[in-house]
Write a protein of this length. Structure first.
Length: 427
């Protein structure tokens, strides 16, 4: 065989959203791209791979569906972990919170997270690394603060194979972040997320204006607006939107987002407009006591609080109070997974806590502030890709991924696959 044969095995995140993980090998070198969990009633993990077979773990971003299983590899081993400094800090916060709140068995503990942190090798955007047969670098993915795509190069005679793993990618700039850097050059293989393979997001500026307008209407009418939002990225994005629009009513922030805020302020290089972020965080009221929570729900204001799908977190307290009055509003700013309290609230205007139904008198609306590329953006990326790459569509439902794959075959005529978990491909 001339050159190096690259083998890609899909351990998770294929035909589903959650527990993303890929094992990539060339010669006697194997690296792991992400190792997340799928949170349902209890966490489910990707297919197992022996730690002794790994030469490195490369993490795209902090969300638990990409990072939440990585401590498993630090029960005994000391595998190098490559990611951005900010991703490491945020992953630690999210994983520690998972451990603390778990009402179920987790196959690792805090000590393993400590070991993971000691094995960390900082990977800033554009910095080049080598692990035996593999050269790689991280590029901005525009998804959440610190998020990255991974570009891997394998020597083949007098040329290189280039594999791009996008992780979760956003091709539009937001108040908080720049758009993803997709200047990949000629590539041999593209592993692309397909979360929104069959739907587009509305124009961002229109969503922002509509959101601020509705928030003002409710608060000026004496109501309280609850914005359940993910602690990493979405909470700060909403806050920056309000700050830029000179929203001059009280804004309250609660929950794990407060710990995240302190970390974000340490890394200005990851933000499109760090000064706006700093200003927004300085103008918000940080809630740290139960007394502050009880006061917040009694006054006209905006409350930004996790969890984004109302699965626990401080938002679980707020929603029970805010739901009682018709002048109040609950504005959802994240995708609501079927079966979650947030999805039930959106579809049925009902909320259940501890088996008890709570009547929702407040207004309920959803605003699409997605940090994933939509259908048109994914197609545009695929149209502009250089070379004749093999494409793998992951991080999306089988049905959506297959529809996009059909378009790739018909319109672009390049090889495309929708893998299943456990599938191995050679390129």
């Amino acid at each position: 065989m001339s050159g190096k044969e690259v083998r890609i095995r899909f351990l998770g995140g294929a035909g589903e959203v959650g527990r993303s993980s890929i094992a990539l090998s060339s010669g006697n070198t194997t690296v792991l791209l992400d190792y997340g969990i799928l949170l349902d009633h209890e966490p489910s993990f990707p297919l197992h791979i022996q730690p002794r077979n790994l030469d490195g773990i490369l993490l795209t971003h902090a969300h638990l569906d990409h990072s939440g299983g990585i401590p498993l590899f630090y029960l005994r081993g000391k595998i190098p972990l490559y990611t951005t400094k900010l991703t490491l800090k945020l992953s630690r916060i999210l994983i520690n919170d998972l451990i603390k709140l778990s009402g179920y068995f987790l196959p690792y503990e805090d000590l393993n997270v400590d070991t993971m942190e000691r094995c960390f090798i900082p990977a800033s955007y554009g910095k080049k690394f080598r692990i035996k047969d593999l050269n790689f670098e991280f590029r901005d993915a525009g998804h959440i603060p610190g998020s990255a795509q991974i570009i891997i190069k394998v020597a083949e005679d007098n040329r290189e194979k280039t594999i791009v793993y996008t992780g979760d990618i956003n091709l539009r700039k937001t108040k908080l972040l720049n758009a993803a850097d997709v200047n990949h050059g000629e590539i041999s293989c593209l592993i692309l997320e397909s979360t929104y393979a069959t739907e587009d997001h509305p124009p961002r500026q229109e969503v922002e204006k509509a959101f601020v307008k509705r928030v003002k209407e409710v608060v000026e009418d004496g109501g309280t607006v609850l914005v359940p939002a993910f602690s990493v990225g979405r909470s700060q994005e909403v806050l920056c939107i309000l700050a830029e629009q000179n929203f001059d009513y009280p804004v309250v922030m609660d929950g794990m987002a407060l710990e995240v805020n302190k970390v974000l302020l340490e890394y200005p290089e990851y933000f499109r407009d760090y000064e706006l972020l700093k200003y927004a965080l300085s103008s918000v009221e940080w809630v740290e006591r139960w007394k502050d929570r009880r006061l917040a729900v009694k006054k006209p204001c905006v409350i930004i609080s996790p969890a984004g799908m109302l699965q626990g977190g401080a938002a679980a307290f707020y929603v029970k109070e805010v739901a009682k009055r018709s002048r109040n509003a609950i504005f959802l700013v994240s995708f609501q997974i079927p079966g979650t309290p947030g999805r039930k609230l959106l579809e049925e205007k009902k909320i259940f806590f501890g088996g008890r139904k709570i009547n929702v008198e407040a207004e309920v609306e959803r605003f699409d502030f997605s940090s994933h590329a939509g259908e048109s953006e994914l197609k545009e990326l695929l149209k502009n890709v250089e070379g004749n790459p093999t494409v793998f569509l992951v991080h999306g439902s089988k049905e959506k991924s297959e529809k996009l794959a059909e378009w790739v075959k018909t319109e672009l005529g390049i090889p495309v696959f929708v893998p299943s978990i456990g599938d191995t491909f050679k390129i």
